[in-house]
Design a protein around this ligand. Structure first.
Ligand SMILES: *[C@@H]1O[C@H](CO)[C@@H](O)[C@H](O)[C@H]1NC(C)=O
Ligand SMILES: *[C@@H]1O[C@H](CO)[C@@H](O)[C@H](O)[C@H]1NC(C)=O
Ligand SMILES: *[C@@H]1O[C@H](CO)[C@@H](O)[C@H](O)[C@H]1NC(C)=O
Ligand SMILES: *[C@@H]1O[C@H](CO)[C@@H](O)[C@H](O)[C@H]1NC(C)=O
Ligand SMILES: *[C@@H]1O[C@H](CO)[C@@H](O)[C@H](O)[C@H]1NC(C)=O
Length: 484
Protein backbone atom coordinates (compact mmCIF):
# COMPACT_ATOMS: atom_id res chain seq x y z
CA UNK A 1 0.00 0.00 0.00
CA UNK A 2 2.78 2.36 0.90
CA UNK A 3 4.26 1.37 -2.40
CA UNK A 4 1.60 3.39 -4.11
CA UNK A 5 2.76 6.54 -2.43
CA UNK A 6 6.17 6.34 -3.92
CA UNK A 7 6.53 9.09 -6.43
CA UNK A 8 8.13 8.77 -9.76
CA UNK A 9 11.49 10.36 -9.39
CA UNK A 10 12.07 8.97 -5.98
CA UNK A 11 11.09 5.58 -7.13
CA UNK A 12 14.04 3.50 -8.02
CA UNK A 13 12.20 0.23 -7.89
CA UNK A 14 14.25 -1.12 -5.12
CA UNK A 15 14.02 -4.78 -4.60
CA UNK A 16 10.81 -4.94 -2.67
CA UNK A 17 7.89 -7.24 -2.38
CA UNK A 18 4.23 -7.12 -3.09
CA UNK A 19 2.16 -4.10 -2.33
CA UNK A 20 0.81 -5.47 0.89
CA UNK A 21 4.26 -6.02 2.26
CA UNK A 22 5.95 -4.35 5.16
CA UNK A 23 9.08 -4.09 3.14
CA UNK A 24 7.53 -1.42 0.99
CA UNK A 25 7.52 0.73 4.11
CA UNK A 26 11.22 0.31 4.56
CA UNK A 27 11.94 1.05 0.96
CA UNK A 28 9.66 4.02 1.09
CA UNK A 29 11.58 5.40 4.05
CA UNK A 30 14.86 4.88 2.28
CA UNK A 31 13.65 6.56 -0.86
CA UNK A 32 12.19 9.51 0.91
CA UNK A 33 15.22 10.04 3.10
CA UNK A 34 17.14 13.25 2.83
CA UNK A 35 19.79 11.68 0.71
CA UNK A 36 17.52 10.80 -2.15
CA UNK A 37 17.34 14.44 -3.17
CA UNK A 38 20.96 14.53 -4.16
CA UNK A 39 21.44 10.84 -4.59
CA UNK A 40 21.41 11.16 -8.37
CA UNK A 41 24.87 12.60 -8.26
CA UNK A 42 26.89 10.43 -10.51
CA UNK A 43 30.24 12.14 -10.62
CA UNK A 44 31.85 9.34 -8.64
CA UNK A 45 31.40 7.21 -11.73
CA UNK A 46 33.15 9.16 -14.42
CA UNK A 47 34.14 6.24 -16.59
CA UNK A 48 37.73 6.57 -17.57
CA UNK A 49 40.60 4.64 -19.02
CA UNK A 50 42.95 6.33 -16.60
CA UNK A 51 44.05 4.20 -13.72
CA UNK A 52 43.48 6.21 -10.59
CA UNK A 53 46.25 6.74 -8.13
CA UNK A 54 47.59 3.68 -6.45
CA UNK A 55 45.52 3.01 -3.38
CA UNK A 56 46.51 -0.27 -1.85
CA UNK A 57 43.67 -2.65 -1.17
CA UNK A 58 43.57 -4.15 2.29
CA UNK A 59 44.69 -7.76 2.12
CA UNK A 60 44.90 -9.98 5.20
CA UNK A 61 46.34 -13.49 5.49
CA UNK A 62 43.52 -16.00 5.10
CA UNK A 63 45.34 -19.27 5.77
CA UNK A 64 43.16 -21.99 7.23
CA UNK A 65 40.02 -19.86 7.28
CA UNK A 66 38.29 -21.73 4.45
CA UNK A 67 38.25 -24.93 6.50
CA UNK A 68 36.70 -23.06 9.43
CA UNK A 69 34.02 -21.68 7.10
CA UNK A 70 32.99 -25.11 5.90
CA UNK A 71 29.36 -25.85 6.74
CA UNK A 72 28.86 -29.33 8.13
CA UNK A 73 25.13 -29.26 7.39
CA UNK A 74 22.39 -26.65 7.30
CA UNK A 75 19.56 -27.28 9.77
CA UNK A 76 16.75 -29.11 8.00
CA UNK A 77 18.74 -29.92 4.90
CA UNK A 78 17.63 -33.03 3.00
CA UNK A 79 19.58 -36.27 2.65
CA UNK A 80 22.02 -36.70 -0.19
CA UNK A 81 23.84 -33.37 -0.16
CA UNK A 82 26.81 -34.06 -2.42
CA UNK A 83 28.51 -30.65 -2.56
CA UNK A 84 30.60 -28.43 -0.31
CA UNK A 85 29.11 -25.34 1.31
CA UNK A 86 31.01 -22.60 3.09
CA UNK A 87 30.02 -19.39 4.80
CA UNK A 88 31.52 -16.76 7.01
CA UNK A 89 32.94 -13.28 7.13
CA UNK A 90 35.67 -11.50 5.24
CA UNK A 91 36.98 -8.34 6.86
CA UNK A 92 37.09 -5.46 4.39
CA UNK A 93 38.20 -2.75 6.80
CA UNK A 94 39.93 -3.72 10.05
CA UNK A 95 40.05 -0.16 11.41
CA UNK A 96 36.31 0.32 11.15
CA UNK A 97 35.67 -3.34 11.97
CA UNK A 98 33.71 -3.89 8.79
CA UNK A 99 33.08 -7.40 7.49
CA UNK A 100 30.99 -8.87 4.70
CA UNK A 101 29.18 -12.20 4.91
CA UNK A 102 29.25 -14.75 2.11
CA UNK A 103 27.72 -18.15 1.36
CA UNK A 104 29.59 -20.28 -1.13
CA UNK A 105 28.36 -23.42 -2.85
CA UNK A 106 30.66 -25.60 -4.89
CA UNK A 107 29.34 -27.53 -7.83
CA UNK A 108 28.68 -31.20 -6.99
CA UNK A 109 30.57 -32.28 -10.12
CA UNK A 110 33.90 -31.06 -11.54
CA UNK A 111 33.97 -28.04 -9.28
CA UNK A 112 37.67 -27.63 -10.00
CA UNK A 113 37.04 -26.79 -13.65
CA UNK A 114 33.72 -24.96 -13.50
CA UNK A 115 33.67 -21.17 -13.42
CA UNK A 116 33.15 -19.05 -10.33
CA UNK A 117 30.09 -16.80 -10.31
CA UNK A 118 29.34 -14.05 -7.82
CA UNK A 119 25.62 -13.41 -7.29
CA UNK A 120 24.26 -10.08 -6.00
CA UNK A 121 20.71 -9.11 -5.14
CA UNK A 122 19.72 -5.47 -5.25
CA UNK A 123 17.75 -3.05 -3.12
CA UNK A 124 19.87 -1.13 -2.48
CA UNK A 125 20.12 -2.84 0.87
CA UNK A 126 18.66 -6.28 0.16
CA UNK A 127 20.39 -9.56 0.88
CA UNK A 128 21.84 -11.95 -1.66
CA UNK A 129 20.61 -14.78 0.56
CA UNK A 130 17.33 -14.09 -1.28
CA UNK A 131 19.03 -15.41 -4.40
CA UNK A 132 20.65 -18.24 -2.47
CA UNK A 133 17.54 -19.58 -0.76
CA UNK A 134 14.57 -18.38 -2.81
CA UNK A 135 15.89 -18.28 -6.35
CA UNK A 136 18.88 -20.20 -7.67
CA UNK A 137 20.74 -21.78 -4.75
CA UNK A 138 20.92 -25.52 -4.08
CA UNK A 139 18.05 -25.44 -1.55
CA UNK A 140 14.65 -23.88 -1.19
CA UNK A 141 12.89 -23.61 2.17
CA UNK A 142 9.69 -25.56 2.87
CA UNK A 143 6.68 -23.58 4.03
CA UNK A 144 7.36 -24.64 7.63
CA UNK A 145 10.33 -22.26 7.57
CA UNK A 146 12.50 -24.97 9.13
CA UNK A 147 13.29 -27.62 6.55
CA UNK A 148 14.89 -27.45 3.13
CA UNK A 149 14.38 -29.27 -0.13
CA UNK A 150 16.68 -29.59 -3.13
CA UNK A 151 16.41 -27.21 -6.03
CA UNK A 152 16.88 -29.44 -9.08
CA UNK A 153 17.65 -26.37 -11.17
CA UNK A 154 20.30 -24.87 -8.89
CA UNK A 155 22.86 -22.80 -10.74
CA UNK A 156 25.53 -24.67 -8.81
CA UNK A 157 24.87 -27.50 -11.28
CA UNK A 158 26.92 -25.51 -13.78
CA UNK A 159 29.07 -23.13 -11.72
CA UNK A 160 30.56 -22.57 -8.29
CA UNK A 161 28.22 -19.99 -6.77
CA UNK A 162 29.30 -17.27 -4.38
CA UNK A 163 26.58 -15.18 -2.67
CA UNK A 164 27.68 -11.92 -1.02
CA UNK A 165 25.66 -9.80 1.39
CA UNK A 166 26.66 -6.28 0.55
CA UNK A 167 27.16 -3.54 1.63
CA UNK A 168 27.80 -3.73 5.39
CA UNK A 169 24.47 -3.43 7.19
CA UNK A 170 22.74 -5.91 4.87
CA UNK A 171 21.84 -9.33 6.27
CA UNK A 172 24.68 -10.69 8.39
CA UNK A 173 27.24 -8.18 7.04
CA UNK A 174 28.10 -5.50 9.57
CA UNK A 175 30.38 -2.74 10.70
CA UNK A 176 31.51 -2.08 14.24
CA UNK A 177 31.54 1.59 13.24
CA UNK A 178 27.80 2.01 12.78
CA UNK A 179 28.22 5.45 11.19
CA UNK A 180 29.48 3.49 8.17
CA UNK A 181 25.86 2.61 7.41
CA UNK A 182 25.06 6.28 6.75
CA UNK A 183 27.83 6.42 4.17
CA UNK A 184 26.38 3.65 2.02
CA UNK A 185 26.20 4.27 -1.70
CA UNK A 186 27.12 2.84 -5.08
CA UNK A 187 30.81 3.72 -4.80
CA UNK A 188 31.46 2.32 -1.31
CA UNK A 189 29.53 -0.80 -2.19
CA UNK A 190 31.72 -1.48 -5.21
CA UNK A 191 34.93 -0.73 -3.29
CA UNK A 192 34.06 -2.99 -0.36
CA UNK A 193 32.88 -5.76 -2.67
CA UNK A 194 36.20 -5.53 -4.50
CA UNK A 195 38.17 -5.76 -1.24
CA UNK A 196 35.99 -8.69 -0.24
CA UNK A 197 36.83 -10.51 -3.48
CA UNK A 198 40.57 -9.94 -3.23
CA UNK A 199 40.59 -11.39 0.28
CA UNK A 200 38.17 -14.18 -0.60
CA UNK A 201 40.57 -15.29 -3.33
CA UNK A 202 43.31 -15.45 -0.69
CA UNK A 203 41.04 -17.67 1.39
CA UNK A 204 40.17 -19.87 -1.61
CA UNK A 205 43.36 -19.58 -3.69
CA UNK A 206 42.35 -22.46 -5.96
CA UNK A 207 39.82 -20.06 -7.52
CA UNK A 208 42.29 -17.24 -8.17
CA UNK A 209 42.75 -17.87 -11.87
CA UNK A 210 39.32 -19.34 -12.53
CA UNK A 211 36.98 -17.80 -15.10
CA UNK A 212 34.90 -15.35 -13.12
CA UNK A 213 31.47 -13.87 -13.82
CA UNK A 214 29.13 -11.61 -11.89
CA UNK A 215 25.37 -12.00 -12.01
CA UNK A 216 22.55 -10.23 -10.20
CA UNK A 217 19.20 -8.58 -10.54
CA UNK A 218 17.23 -5.39 -9.94
CA UNK A 219 19.37 -2.71 -8.27
CA UNK A 220 22.33 -5.01 -8.87
CA UNK A 221 22.01 -3.47 -12.35
CA UNK A 222 24.17 -0.88 -10.59
CA UNK A 223 26.27 -3.16 -8.39
CA UNK A 224 27.28 -5.68 -11.05
CA UNK A 225 28.59 -3.36 -13.81
CA UNK A 226 30.17 -1.04 -11.23
CA UNK A 227 32.02 -3.93 -9.61
CA UNK A 228 33.09 -5.26 -13.02
CA UNK A 229 34.45 -1.81 -13.85
CA UNK A 230 36.25 -1.61 -10.50
CA UNK A 231 37.82 -5.02 -11.12
CA UNK A 232 39.01 -4.13 -14.63
CA UNK A 233 40.48 -0.87 -13.38
CA UNK A 234 42.25 -2.60 -10.50
CA UNK A 235 43.48 -5.40 -12.76
CA UNK A 236 45.62 -2.78 -14.51
CA UNK A 237 47.59 -2.22 -11.33
CA UNK A 238 49.92 -5.02 -12.06
CA UNK A 239 51.20 -5.72 -8.59
CA UNK A 240 47.67 -6.31 -7.38
CA UNK A 241 45.41 -9.37 -7.59
CA UNK A 242 44.22 -9.92 -11.15
CA UNK A 243 40.66 -11.22 -11.24
CA UNK A 244 39.87 -13.23 -14.34
CA UNK A 245 36.54 -11.57 -15.09
CA UNK A 246 34.85 -12.66 -18.30
CA UNK A 247 31.38 -11.20 -18.19
CA UNK A 248 28.22 -10.12 -16.43
CA UNK A 249 24.57 -11.14 -16.49
CA UNK A 250 21.92 -8.86 -15.00
CA UNK A 251 18.23 -9.58 -14.70
CA UNK A 252 15.39 -7.03 -14.59
CA UNK A 253 18.12 -4.54 -13.95
CA UNK A 254 17.92 -0.84 -13.26
CA UNK A 255 20.48 0.64 -15.60
CA UNK A 256 19.09 4.00 -16.61
CA UNK A 257 16.73 6.11 -14.53
CA UNK A 258 14.89 7.79 -17.37
CA UNK A 259 14.43 4.67 -19.49
CA UNK A 260 13.50 2.66 -16.43
CA UNK A 261 10.62 4.94 -15.49
CA UNK A 262 9.41 5.48 -19.03
CA UNK A 263 9.48 1.73 -19.68
CA UNK A 264 7.68 0.96 -16.48
CA UNK A 265 4.56 3.01 -17.13
CA UNK A 266 4.40 1.86 -20.73
CA UNK A 267 4.53 -1.72 -19.49
CA UNK A 268 1.73 -1.06 -17.02
CA UNK A 269 -0.46 0.34 -19.75
CA UNK A 270 0.25 -2.41 -22.29
CA UNK A 271 -0.31 -5.06 -19.61
CA UNK A 272 -3.77 -3.75 -18.86
CA UNK A 273 -3.18 -2.72 -15.26
CA UNK A 274 -3.67 1.06 -15.66
CA UNK A 275 -6.10 3.18 -17.65
CA UNK A 276 -5.53 4.96 -20.97
CA UNK A 277 -6.13 8.34 -19.38
CA UNK A 278 -3.60 7.81 -16.58
CA UNK A 279 -0.99 6.59 -19.01
CA UNK A 280 -1.65 9.58 -21.28
CA UNK A 281 -1.30 11.91 -18.29
CA UNK A 282 2.00 10.31 -17.25
CA UNK A 283 3.34 10.78 -20.76
CA UNK A 284 2.15 14.38 -20.72
CA UNK A 285 3.23 15.49 -17.25
CA UNK A 286 6.28 13.43 -16.29
CA UNK A 287 9.72 14.41 -17.49
CA UNK A 288 11.78 11.43 -16.42
CA UNK A 289 14.93 12.94 -17.89
CA UNK A 290 14.97 15.75 -15.37
CA UNK A 291 16.07 15.49 -11.79
CA UNK A 292 13.11 17.24 -10.33
CA UNK A 293 9.66 15.97 -9.69
CA UNK A 294 6.50 17.92 -10.42
CA UNK A 295 3.22 17.99 -8.53
CA UNK A 296 1.26 16.90 -11.60
CA UNK A 297 3.58 14.00 -12.29
CA UNK A 298 3.40 12.90 -8.64
CA UNK A 299 -0.36 13.06 -8.81
CA UNK A 300 -0.72 10.95 -11.93
CA UNK A 301 1.78 8.34 -10.82
CA UNK A 302 -0.06 7.97 -7.49
CA UNK A 303 -3.16 7.47 -9.53
CA UNK A 304 -1.42 4.74 -11.52
CA UNK A 305 -0.36 2.92 -8.33
CA UNK A 306 -3.95 3.05 -7.11
CA UNK A 307 -5.28 1.70 -10.36
CA UNK A 308 -3.03 -1.36 -10.10
CA UNK A 309 -4.67 -2.54 -6.88
CA UNK A 310 -3.19 -5.12 -4.54
CA UNK A 311 -1.29 -6.98 -7.17
CA UNK A 312 2.25 -8.21 -6.80
CA UNK A 313 4.11 -5.78 -9.05
CA UNK A 314 7.09 -8.14 -9.09
CA UNK A 315 4.95 -10.69 -10.93
CA UNK A 316 1.59 -9.37 -11.98
CA UNK A 317 0.14 -12.85 -12.56
CA UNK A 318 1.27 -14.43 -9.27
CA UNK A 319 -0.89 -14.98 -6.20
CA UNK A 320 -0.14 -12.67 -3.28
CA UNK A 321 0.74 -13.74 0.24
CA UNK A 322 -2.55 -13.65 2.14
CA UNK A 323 -1.43 -15.18 5.41
CA UNK A 324 1.98 -13.62 6.02
CA UNK A 325 2.82 -14.92 9.45
CA UNK A 326 0.94 -18.21 9.39
CA UNK A 327 3.47 -20.63 8.14
CA UNK A 328 2.14 -24.11 7.63
CA UNK A 329 4.06 -25.95 10.30
CA UNK A 330 2.98 -29.31 8.97
CA UNK A 331 5.67 -29.08 6.33
CA UNK A 332 3.99 -29.75 3.02
CA UNK A 333 6.88 -30.89 0.85
CA UNK A 334 7.86 -27.91 -1.25
CA UNK A 335 8.22 -27.97 -4.99
CA UNK A 336 10.63 -25.98 -7.04
CA UNK A 337 7.84 -25.55 -9.58
CA UNK A 338 5.58 -23.80 -7.10
CA UNK A 339 6.93 -20.57 -5.68
CA UNK A 340 5.31 -19.85 -2.33
CA UNK A 341 4.01 -16.25 -2.37
CA UNK A 342 4.85 -16.03 1.35
CA UNK A 343 8.50 -16.79 0.62
CA UNK A 344 9.80 -13.64 2.28
CA UNK A 345 8.40 -14.60 5.69
CA UNK A 346 9.61 -18.16 5.31
CA UNK A 347 13.11 -16.94 4.46
CA UNK A 348 13.20 -14.51 7.39
CA UNK A 349 11.94 -17.20 9.74
CA UNK A 350 14.67 -19.61 8.64
CA UNK A 351 17.62 -17.23 8.61
CA UNK A 352 16.61 -15.56 11.86
CA UNK A 353 16.87 -18.88 13.71
CA UNK A 354 19.87 -18.93 16.03
CA UNK A 355 20.65 -22.57 15.18
CA UNK A 356 20.72 -21.74 11.48
CA UNK A 357 22.91 -18.71 12.17
CA UNK A 358 25.33 -20.87 14.13
CA UNK A 359 25.51 -23.41 11.31
CA UNK A 360 26.25 -20.55 8.91
CA UNK A 361 29.00 -19.14 11.19
CA UNK A 362 27.03 -15.91 11.36
CA UNK A 363 26.93 -13.57 14.33
CA UNK A 364 23.60 -13.56 16.20
CA UNK A 365 21.62 -11.15 14.03
CA UNK A 366 18.01 -10.14 13.58
CA UNK A 367 18.16 -11.07 9.93
CA UNK A 368 16.02 -9.12 7.47
CA UNK A 369 15.53 -9.39 3.73
CA UNK A 370 16.46 -5.76 3.34
CA UNK A 371 18.47 -3.63 5.69
CA UNK A 372 16.86 -1.67 8.50
CA UNK A 373 20.09 0.06 9.42
CA UNK A 374 20.87 1.53 6.01
CA UNK A 375 18.52 4.48 5.90
CA UNK A 376 20.13 6.61 3.24
CA UNK A 377 21.91 6.01 -0.03
CA UNK A 378 24.46 8.66 -0.78
CA UNK A 379 25.41 8.20 -4.38
CA UNK A 380 23.37 6.60 -7.05
CA UNK A 381 24.42 6.75 -10.67
CA UNK A 382 21.71 8.26 -12.88
CA UNK A 383 22.71 5.88 -15.63
CA UNK A 384 24.94 2.85 -15.91
CA UNK A 385 25.08 3.02 -19.71
CA UNK A 386 28.58 4.59 -19.83
CA UNK A 387 29.89 1.67 -17.76
CA UNK A 388 28.07 -0.80 -20.04
CA UNK A 389 29.81 0.84 -23.02
CA UNK A 390 33.15 0.54 -21.27
CA UNK A 391 32.53 -3.16 -20.55
CA UNK A 392 31.53 -3.75 -24.19
CA UNK A 393 34.75 -2.09 -25.33
CA UNK A 394 36.69 -4.36 -22.99
CA UNK A 395 35.16 -7.45 -24.62
CA UNK A 396 33.21 -8.54 -21.57
CA UNK A 397 30.24 -10.84 -22.21
CA UNK A 398 27.12 -8.89 -21.27
CA UNK A 399 23.66 -10.43 -21.00
CA UNK A 400 20.65 -8.38 -20.01
CA UNK A 401 17.97 -10.81 -18.93
CA UNK A 402 14.37 -10.03 -18.21
CA UNK A 403 11.45 -11.87 -16.69
CA UNK A 404 8.58 -10.64 -18.85
CA UNK A 405 5.82 -10.42 -16.22
CA UNK A 406 7.69 -8.15 -13.82
CA UNK A 407 6.06 -4.73 -13.62
CA UNK A 408 8.65 -3.25 -11.27
CA UNK A 409 11.66 -3.28 -13.59
CA UNK A 410 9.97 -4.51 -16.75
CA UNK A 411 11.28 -5.70 -20.08
CA UNK A 412 10.28 -2.41 -21.72
CA UNK A 413 12.67 -0.57 -19.37
CA UNK A 414 15.53 -2.84 -20.46
CA UNK A 415 14.61 -2.39 -24.13
CA UNK A 416 14.51 1.41 -23.93
CA UNK A 417 17.84 1.40 -22.07
CA UNK A 418 19.48 -0.79 -24.71
CA UNK A 419 17.99 1.29 -27.52
CA UNK A 420 19.66 4.33 -26.01
CA UNK A 421 23.01 2.65 -26.71
CA UNK A 422 22.30 2.46 -30.46
CA UNK A 423 24.14 -0.80 -30.97
CA UNK A 424 24.04 -2.66 -34.29
CA UNK A 425 21.90 -5.80 -34.27
CA UNK A 426 23.74 -9.06 -34.91
CA UNK A 427 20.96 -11.61 -34.39
CA UNK A 428 17.46 -10.33 -34.98
CA UNK A 429 14.69 -10.85 -32.43
CA UNK A 430 13.77 -14.53 -32.20
CA UNK A 431 12.29 -17.02 -29.75
CA UNK A 432 14.47 -19.43 -27.81
CA UNK A 433 13.29 -22.87 -26.85
CA UNK A 434 13.47 -25.30 -23.98
CA UNK A 435 11.74 -28.67 -24.24
CA UNK A 436 9.88 -27.58 -27.38
CA UNK A 437 8.34 -24.58 -25.64
CA UNK A 438 9.27 -20.94 -26.08
CA UNK A 439 11.48 -20.09 -23.11
CA UNK A 440 11.54 -16.43 -24.07
CA UNK A 441 12.93 -14.17 -26.78
CA UNK A 442 16.32 -12.77 -27.56
CA UNK A 443 18.01 -10.14 -29.65
CA UNK A 444 21.78 -10.00 -29.96
CA UNK A 445 23.42 -6.63 -30.33
CA UNK A 446 27.07 -6.00 -30.98
CA UNK A 447 28.54 -6.55 -27.53
CA UNK A 448 25.35 -7.25 -25.63
CA UNK A 449 22.46 -9.71 -25.53
CA UNK A 450 18.89 -9.00 -24.51
CA UNK A 451 17.10 -12.18 -23.47
CA UNK A 452 13.67 -12.55 -21.92
CA UNK A 453 12.24 -15.36 -19.84
CA UNK A 454 8.62 -16.08 -20.57
CA UNK A 455 6.35 -16.12 -17.55
CA UNK A 456 9.03 -15.03 -15.08
CA UNK A 457 8.64 -12.27 -12.52
CA UNK A 458 11.33 -10.02 -11.07
CA UNK A 459 13.17 -12.88 -9.36
CA UNK A 460 13.40 -14.92 -12.55
CA UNK A 461 14.66 -18.29 -11.18
CA UNK A 462 11.95 -18.32 -8.49
CA UNK A 463 9.21 -18.45 -11.09
CA UNK A 464 10.89 -20.20 -14.03
CA UNK A 465 13.72 -22.26 -12.52
CA UNK A 466 14.23 -24.51 -15.56
CA UNK A 467 14.29 -21.68 -18.06
CA UNK A 468 16.55 -19.64 -15.81
CA UNK A 469 19.07 -22.48 -15.56
CA UNK A 470 18.98 -23.01 -19.34
CA UNK A 471 19.63 -19.32 -19.84
CA UNK A 472 22.45 -19.25 -17.28
CA UNK A 473 24.12 -22.33 -18.84
CA UNK A 474 24.01 -20.67 -22.26
CA UNK A 475 25.47 -17.51 -20.78
CA UNK A 476 28.42 -19.42 -19.31
CA UNK A 477 29.01 -21.22 -22.61
CA UNK A 478 28.68 -17.98 -24.53
CA UNK A 479 26.23 -19.50 -26.98
CA UNK A 480 22.67 -18.50 -27.76
CA UNK A 481 20.00 -20.91 -26.54
CA UNK A 482 18.39 -23.03 -29.29
CA UNK A 483 16.13 -21.47 -31.91
CA UNK A 484 13.82 -24.47 -32.14
C1 LIG B 1 33.76 -6.19 15.73
O1 LIG B 1 33.78 -6.17 17.12
C2 LIG B 1 33.74 -7.46 17.74
C3 LIG B 1 33.65 -7.24 19.26
O2 LIG B 1 34.70 -6.45 19.68
C4 LIG B 1 34.96 -8.24 17.35
O3 LIG B 1 34.89 -9.54 17.90
C5 LIG B 1 34.99 -8.37 15.83
O4 LIG B 1 36.16 -9.02 15.39
C6 LIG B 1 34.94 -6.97 15.19
N1 LIG B 1 34.81 -7.13 13.76
C7 LIG B 1 35.77 -6.76 12.87
C8 LIG B 1 35.47 -6.99 11.43
O5 LIG B 1 36.81 -6.26 13.19
C1 LIG C 1 52.53 -1.60 -5.98
O1 LIG C 1 52.92 -0.55 -6.84
C2 LIG C 1 52.74 0.74 -6.31
C3 LIG C 1 52.99 1.75 -7.41
O2 LIG C 1 54.15 1.41 -8.12
C4 LIG C 1 53.62 0.91 -5.09
O3 LIG C 1 53.42 2.20 -4.53
C5 LIG C 1 53.24 -0.15 -4.05
O4 LIG C 1 54.08 -0.09 -2.95
C6 LIG C 1 53.32 -1.53 -4.66
N1 LIG C 1 52.74 -2.48 -3.71
C7 LIG C 1 53.27 -3.67 -3.47
C8 LIG C 1 52.55 -4.51 -2.47
O5 LIG C 1 54.30 -4.05 -3.97
C1 LIG D 1 20.89 15.94 -12.49
O1 LIG D 1 21.73 16.27 -11.40
C2 LIG D 1 23.07 15.90 -11.59
C3 LIG D 1 23.82 16.16 -10.30
O2 LIG D 1 23.44 17.34 -9.70
C4 LIG D 1 23.64 16.66 -12.77
O3 LIG D 1 24.97 16.28 -12.99
C5 LIG D 1 22.80 16.35 -14.00
O4 LIG D 1 23.27 17.09 -15.09
C6 LIG D 1 21.34 16.65 -13.75
N1 LIG D 1 20.57 16.20 -14.88
C7 LIG D 1 19.62 16.95 -15.43
C8 LIG D 1 18.96 16.40 -16.63
O5 LIG D 1 19.31 18.05 -14.98
C1 LIG E 1 -1.15 -27.24 6.12
O1 LIG E 1 -0.79 -28.40 5.40
C2 LIG E 1 -1.62 -29.53 5.69
C3 LIG E 1 -1.01 -30.75 4.99
O2 LIG E 1 -0.94 -30.57 3.61
C4 LIG E 1 -3.05 -29.20 5.25
O3 LIG E 1 -3.89 -30.29 5.55
C5 LIG E 1 -3.51 -27.95 5.98
O4 LIG E 1 -4.79 -27.57 5.50
C6 LIG E 1 -2.57 -26.79 5.77
N1 LIG E 1 -2.94 -25.67 6.61
C7 LIG E 1 -3.02 -24.41 6.14
C8 LIG E 1 -3.38 -23.36 7.14
O5 LIG E 1 -2.79 -24.11 4.97
C1 LIG F 1 14.50 -12.22 14.74
O1 LIG F 1 14.74 -12.71 16.02
C2 LIG F 1 14.86 -11.70 16.99
C3 LIG F 1 15.30 -12.33 18.30
O2 LIG F 1 14.90 -13.66 18.41
C4 LIG F 1 13.55 -10.95 17.11
O3 LIG F 1 13.66 -9.92 18.04
C5 LIG F 1 13.20 -10.35 15.73
O4 LIG F 1 11.95 -9.74 15.78
C6 LIG F 1 13.20 -11.44 14.69
N1 LIG F 1 13.05 -10.81 13.39
C7 LIG F 1 12.20 -11.26 12.47
C8 LIG F 1 12.20 -10.53 11.17
O5 LIG F 1 11.46 -12.19 12.65
Amino acid sequence: MMNKLITTLCLFALFGLNNADIQANRLFKLLMSKSSKNSHIANQWMVSEEVDEYSPVYIAPQNGLAELDKISALPGQPEGVDFNQYSGYVTVNPTAGRALFYYFVESPTSSSTKPLVLWLNGGPGCSSMIGAMSELGPFRINSDGKTLFMNDYAWSNVANMLFLESPAGVGFSYSNTTSDYDKSGDKNTADDSYTFLVNWFERFPQYKTRDFYIAGESYAGHYVPQLAYTILQNNKKTNQTVINIKGIAIGNAIIDTEMHLKGKFDHWWTHAIISDSTHDAIVKYCDFASNSSSAMCDHVTHKAWNEIGDTDVYNIYAPICLTPHERNTSAIPGSVNFFDPCWQYILEFYLNDSIVQKALHARPTSWDLCSDVITSWNDRAVTILPIIKYLIAKGQRIWLCSGDVDAQVPTTSSRYSINALNLPIETAWRPWYLNKEVGGYLEAYKGLLLITVRGAGHTVPSYQPQRALALFSSFLKGTLPPSS
